[in-house]
Design a protein around this ligand. Structure first.
Ligand code: DHK
Length: 150
C-alpha cells in the first residue's frame, strides 16, 4: 500500500463553523472522508491537521520516509511560510495544494502562495471537492506499487 499524507493547516479544524459562506458547511471529518473515498486501489490516507507551522513541517519531513504524495491545504501559511515551502522542497513525491475558496477572488494578500512554487498542481474554489480531485491526481502521479525507499 502507498500512503498519501493529507495535511490541513491553521483554522481548518473549524470547518463547518468558520465563515460557512466562504468555507462551506462540511467539517474536517467530512473532508477526510471525501479524500479517503477518492483513493485509488493500493493507496491509503493518513490525515492530520495542525494550527502550528512547526508541527506541519514535522509531518512533511515524516512524509519523506512514509508518503508517496502529499495533499496540503496550508491555510494562511500558504501566503507566509517559506519554511513550509522549504520542507516541501525536501520531499521528492508529488504535492497537490488545495484551497477550499477561490483565493484569487479574495483579498490581495491571499493571491500569492509560497507553496505553489513547489506544488505539482493547485486547486482553488472547488470547495471540499478539491480534496477529492487532489487525491485522484496524486494517485495518478504516484502509481500504486511498493513505496520507494529513500
Ligand atoms: C484557507 C484559509 O484558512 C485561508 O487562510 C486561505 C484557504 C484560504 C482555503 O480557501 O481553504 O487564504
Amino acid at each position: 500500500m502507498k500512503t498519501i499524507f493529507l495535511l490541513n493547516g491553521p483554522n481548518l479544524n473549524l470547518l463547518g463553523q468558520r465563515q460557512p459562506e466562504i468555507y462551506g458547511a462540511e467539517t474536517l471529518v467530512d473532508v477526510e472522508r471525501i479524500a479517503r473515498e477518492a483513493l485509488a486501489d493500493g493507496f491509503t490516507l493518513k490525515a492530520m491537521q495542525s494550527n502550528h507551522e512547526g508541527v506541519l513541517i514535522d509531518s512533511i519531513q515524516e512524509a519523506r520516509q512514509k508518503a508517496a504524495g502529499i495533499v496540503i491545504n496550508p491555510g494562511a501559511y500558504s501566503h507566509t511560510s517559506i519554511a513550509i515551502l522549504d520542507a516541501l522542497n525536501a520531499f521528492e513525491g508529488p504535492v497537490m495544494e488545495v484551497h477550499i475558496s477561490n483565493i484569487h477572488r479574495r483579498e490581495s494578500f491571499r493571491h500569492t502562495s509560497y507553496v505553489s512554487l513547489r506544488a505539482d498542481g493547485v486547486i482553488a474554489g472547488l470547495g471540499t471537492e478539491g480534496y477529492a480531485a487532489a487525491v485522484r491526481r496524486i494517485c495518478t502521479l504516484a502509481p500504486a506499487g511498493p513505496q520507494p525507499i529513500r
